[in-house]
Design a protein around this ligand. Structure first.
Ligand SMILES: Cc1ncc(COP(=O)(O)O)c(C=O)c1O
Length: 418
């Protein structure tokens, strides 16, 4: 369903010939997103709420992007989408509001599998409110979240369960809907970090049932911008840290200061790109997503489902190629039958070579990969890899190809022989 040549033509950066496997740190940007940012700055650059053309057009673009983002995440209404600088800033911001509901002895559950942006804000909030933090454990054998352990951490005192949709370090997809169910059973809220999952598959906040979910447009082919979904009644009830003249209703009460309007316009272009991708899928495939969904929701669901199917195959190819390299060890799910439990983000070590040296070697071959702990330090600590520089991470997305995986394999093979 994904035609790599067609897709790649829409990403100007790919023409450089480099292999972009650094995507978990940020993807390349789609042409329609770039076009929208430029158009915004050339023709509608103005602040919010004015009585003149540019301000009105700027506001209209922001609201159009908000409606598109609501479709992208499956939100019930556009006002459930809040724009911010990035996921980390939005999470610190919301944690302050949520913290107002916490008291001594209340509990927050975090996980060892998460990026620190979905851990540190809760640790600091717990400290401020004398709340207790409980940790759900990582199973080091296959780098999955221990769901039995998570279930035990959730108690009648739990107020917030914070967990990731997919791991930016080892690619594991978590069973978020189950976690949400357990959180709700004790009256707790569930805060989902979907930053890493967003470029890899469809997200439907209605189906997951989560209360809050965050992601970042620069991880799914757009500009540097954070997005937060929150259930409307919850956003309405939560106190906001805001200036007094700003509106008291969501989303405005959480969008502090002047927004990054060109990035928000760019997000609109990113979603246009994904919609276009969905429209290239066959009619029959599109109809299988029909039902109650609006046209854009169908096309977005189609695009992300086609991406998911393409990436499962890409992941299989990547893992098989890496397994063939002498001295290379992969961390995380590897069995062919369980590839639906992960995205194709793969971390590994290579015997006799420090992770930074491997990334450096690949970088010189114009193959871009990250090394270290990627701000998910509990994973490398639990795996006993932190002191040795962590791991090397390659993270293909739907614009990557089997030929690029082969190029990576050949480079690593020659390094392994040195
Ligand atoms: C899983 C995950 N969560 C959170 C973040 C932080 O996102 P942001 O850069 O938007 O603050 C990242 C960034 O790498 C991430 O991969």
């Amino acid at each position: 369903m994904i035609d790599p040549a067609l897709v790649r033509a829409r990403f100007p950066a790919l023409a450089s010939g480099a292999v972009f496997f650094d995507n978990p740190g940020g993807t390349q940007i789609a042409q329609p997103a770039l076009d929208r940012m430029r158009e915004y700055l050339e023709h509608t650059n103005a602040n919010h709420g004015g009585a003149f053309r540019t301000s009105r057009e700027s506001d209209a673009q922001v609201e159009a992007a908000r409606a598109a983002a609501a479709d992208f995440l499956g939100a019930a209404r556009p006002e459930e989408i809040i724009f911010g600088a990035n996921m980390t800033t939005l999470t610190f911001h919301l944690s302050r509001s949520l913290g107002r509901r916490l008291g001594p002895g209340d509990e927050i559950v975090v996980t060892q599998l998460d990026h620190d942006a979905n851990v540190a804000p809760w640790l600091l909030m717990a400290q401020e409110r004398q709340a207790v933090v409980r940790w759900a454990e990582l199973r080091t054998l296959d780098c999955t979240l221990d769901m039995d352990n998570l279930a035990r951490q959730i108690t009648p005192r739990t107020k917030i369960v914070a967990l990731g949709y997919a791991s930016n370090s080892v690619g594991t997809i978590n069973e978020v809907a189950r976690a949400v169910e357990w959180a709700h059973a004790v009256g707790a809220l569930c805060y989902v970090d979907a930053v890493h999952y967003a470029p890899h598959g469809p997200i439907d906040v209605g189906a997951i049932g989560c209360d809050l979910l965050v992601c970042s447009a620069y991880k799914f082919f757009g500009p540097h911008l954070g997005l937060l979904y929150g259930r409307y009644d919850l956003l309405q009830d939560l106190p906001a840290y805001k200036v007094r003249p700003a509106p008291d209703l969501p989303p405005d009460k959480f969008e502090t200061g002047t927004g990054n309007f060109e990035a928000i316009a760019g997000l609109g272009g990113t979603i246009d790109y994904l919609e276009w991708l969905g429209s290239t899928c066959g009619q029959e495939y599109r109809e299988s997503f029909g039902g109650m969904l609006s046209g854009r929701r169908v096309r977005l669901r189609c695009a992300l489902s086609a991406i998911r199917a393409y990436e499962i195959e890409l992941g299989r190819c990547l893992i098989e190629r890496l397994q063939a390299i002498d001295g290379l060890r992969i961390y995380g799910i590897q069995e062919a039958a369980r590839l639906d439990r992960r995205v194709p983000t793969v971390s590994f070590t290579l015997r006799g070579h420090a992770p930074r040296a491997v990334a450096d070697y690949l970088g010189q071959a114009e193959i871009y990969a990250w090394d270290g702990n990627y701000y998910a330090p509990l994973i490398t600590q639990r795996l006993g890899l932190e002191a040795g520089g962590g791991m090397v991470r390659v993270g293909p997305v739907h614009y990557n190809t089997r030929a690029e995986i082969e190029r990576l394999g050949e480079a690593l093979e020659s390094l392994s022989r040195e």
